[in-house]
Structures are given as C-alpha cells and as structure tokens.
Design a protein around this ligand. Structure first.
Ligand SMILES: Nc1ncnc2c1ncn2[C@@H]1O[C@H](COP(=O)(O)OS(=O)(=O)O)[C@@H](OP(=O)(O)O)[C@H]1O
Ligand SMILES: Nc1ncnc2c1ncn2[C@@H]1O[C@H](COP(=O)(O)OP(=O)(O)O)[C@@H](O)[C@H]1O
Length: 269
C-alpha cells in the first residue's frame, strides 16, 4: 500500500506542499533477489492539478523570452510548427512527461525503468528510457564522473528528456543524479507537472550487497575513485513521509507509478 503524504496522522508541512510530484520507493532488504524484500513506498502529493498547457510545455517560456539570445547564441528566434505537443499527445492518447529515477548504483533504477516501460507498453503507451549507463555509450561518452561531468551528463539528459516529453512520449530517465541542484535544474526545464521524480531510497549496504557489476568492491579497494556513496556524495531528495511496511517487487513498484500516472491523467490525451 502506498501512503499519501499528509493523509495520515502527520499534518502537512511546507515541504509536503512541494509544487511537484515525487514518489519515494524504499527498501530495507538485506539480500539480493526479488523475494522477501521489504519495500515501502509513499507519495508527496502534488499540490497543483493538471492543466492543459500543451503550448507552454514546449519550453516553459513564452515566445518573446525565447527570441534573440539563448545562452551563448545570439539572434536566434524560436520556430513554431503548426503540429504541436497537443497534437502529438492526441495522436498517442497520452501526455508527454519525464519520470526521473534517482538513487544509488544498484538501487534498482534500471530494473524499475524496464518494468515501468513494460507495464506502460502493455497498456499501449509509448515510453522511452534514457539510462545513464547507456547514454554514456554515445551522446555523453566524453564525460566522466567528476562533479562537473556529472552535472553536464544530467543537464544533457534533462534536455533530451524534455524533447521526448514534447514529443508526447513518457520519458523514463534513469540516472544516479546524485546532486540535488542538478536534479532541480532538470525539473526547472519543464512545466512542473511534467517532471515526476522517483527516488529509489535503498540503503547503501543493500546496494553494496547487490553489487551486480562489482563496482562497489572496486571502489572499496580504491580501484575506482569518486564512486557515489563511497567517496562521492549522494544527496537524497528532501522529503517528509509516512511509511507503510509492505513488500514490493519491481513489478509492484512499477504498478505504483502507473497508478499515479493514471490517477493524474497522464495516460489520456
Ligand atoms: N564513480 C562512479 N560513480 C557512480 N557510478 C559509476 C562510477 N563509475 C562508473 N559508474 C557506473 O556508471 C553508472 C552511473 O552513471 P550515471 O550517468 O547514472 O551517473 S551520474 O548520474 O552522472 O552520477 C552506474 O550505473 P548504475 O549502477 O546503473 O547506477 C555505474 O555502473
Ligand atoms: N526490487 C528489487 N529487489 C531486489 N533486487 C533488485 C530489485 N530491483 C533490482 N534488483 C537487483 O539489484 C541489482 C541492481 O539493479 P539495477 O536495476 O541494475 O540498479 P541500478 O540501475 O540502480 O544500478 C540487479 O542485480 C537487480 O536484479
């Protein structure tokens, strides 16, 4: 069962009134495998209702702001097409958005991203996964793991995710994205309702016990420097939450996210 922030004995705080959606999926599991895992999940309830602002979703800015100078580019003007996000969403019968998975290496981001993609695909919904590992094979192959490289990695994936959302696609970004300010910058790229943050709140010792790629072992022995959770920080989202002690495998967590999307109207045009 998923708990909704503010629905129980705790009174809603200013934090609970965050203006964007966030889902926390956590586990205290101490062993590998999909059975016997103690998953608990909760919601920070988004305050703002969905609005039909497809036009604004192109960039979150109006045309006059976009003309002339953007970053280092001068004398550029936004070119608007008569086929817009609304049209694409109607064609696809869904709403384009970004589901941003964040958490330690080994927390289950890629597994959940695939389960979610599979679940939505089965419902006839178009998704695309931007997995940090995969994007680093191409677009971001020039980047390492120094703080500035991670920031650039996340910024680029945030921009690509924004384009996917504008295409009407449910884009699932799956990256460690360890620094809060980088995640916040990605959130700010999109209209607030289009960015759904999913935090896989899995303890370091669980991730380290899983260690499917052997990277924690290498990091502990000093063979990898600057590894998230070992000698480089992970800054968790700031959330207040109520906990429910139920056990969820990835497929159940995917259903939790899908239920959220259904409830909020993302799975309709
Ligand atoms: N130093 C260091 N720190 C963290 N992770 C490392 C590092 N070196 C390599 N890897 C592997 O790279 C994957 C993380 O890439 P991301 O693009 O998601 O990282 S980040 O968001 O830019 O921090 C991560 O994949 P996941 O395990 O899927 O998270 C690791 O396999
Ligand atoms: N919900 C889960 N319960 C138990 N093990 C899981 C769960 N999700 C993923 N795993 C396992 O944890 C390991 C890391 O999962 P992965 O999805 O690759 O994590 P990440 O992408 O965050 O690095 C894999 O061996 C995977 O099978």
């Amino acid at each position: 069962m998923a708990a909704i922030q503010g629905a129980g004995p705790f009174s809603p705080s200013p934090l609970a009134k965050s203006r964007f959606a966030r889902i926390v999926l956590e586990t205290n599991a101490t062993r590998i495998g999909l059975h016997g895992v103690d998953f608990r999940s909760s919601f920070l309830k988004p305050i703002k209702a969905m609005a039909n602002d497809c036009g604004a979703a192109v960039s979150g800015k109006n045309l006059s702001q976009m003309a002339k100078t953007v970053g280092k580019a001068t004398n550029i003007v936004w070119h608007k097409c008569s086929v817009d996000k609304c049209d694409r969403q109607q064609l696809l019968e869904q709403k384009g958005c970004v589901i941003w998975m964040t958490g330690l290496s080994g927390s289950g981001k890629s597994t959940l991203a695939c389960a979610l993609s599979r679940g939505l695909h089965a419902r006839g919904k178009l998704t695309y996964i931007l997995d940090g590992d995969n994007v680093r094979h191409g677009l971001n192959s020039d980047l390492g793991f120094k703080a500035e490289d991670r920031a650039e990695n996340i910024r680029r994936i945030g921009e690509v995710a924004k384009l996917f959302a504008d295409a009407g696609i449910i884009c699932i970004a799956s990256l460690i994205s360890p620094y809060r300010k980088d995640r916040d910058a990605c959130r700010a790229l999109l209209p607030e309702r289009d960015f759904i943050e999913v935090f896989l709140d899995v303890p370091l010792e669980v991730c380290e016990a899983r260690d499917p790629k052997g990277l924690y072992k290498l990091a502990r022995s000093g063979k990898i420097k600057g590894f998230t959770g070992i000698d480089d920080p992970y800054e968790p989202p700031i959330v207040l939450r109520q906990k429910a002690g139920n056990c969820f495998p990835p497929s159940a967590m995917a259903e939790t996210v899908i239920s959220y999307l259904e409830e909020k109207g993302y799975l309709q045009a």
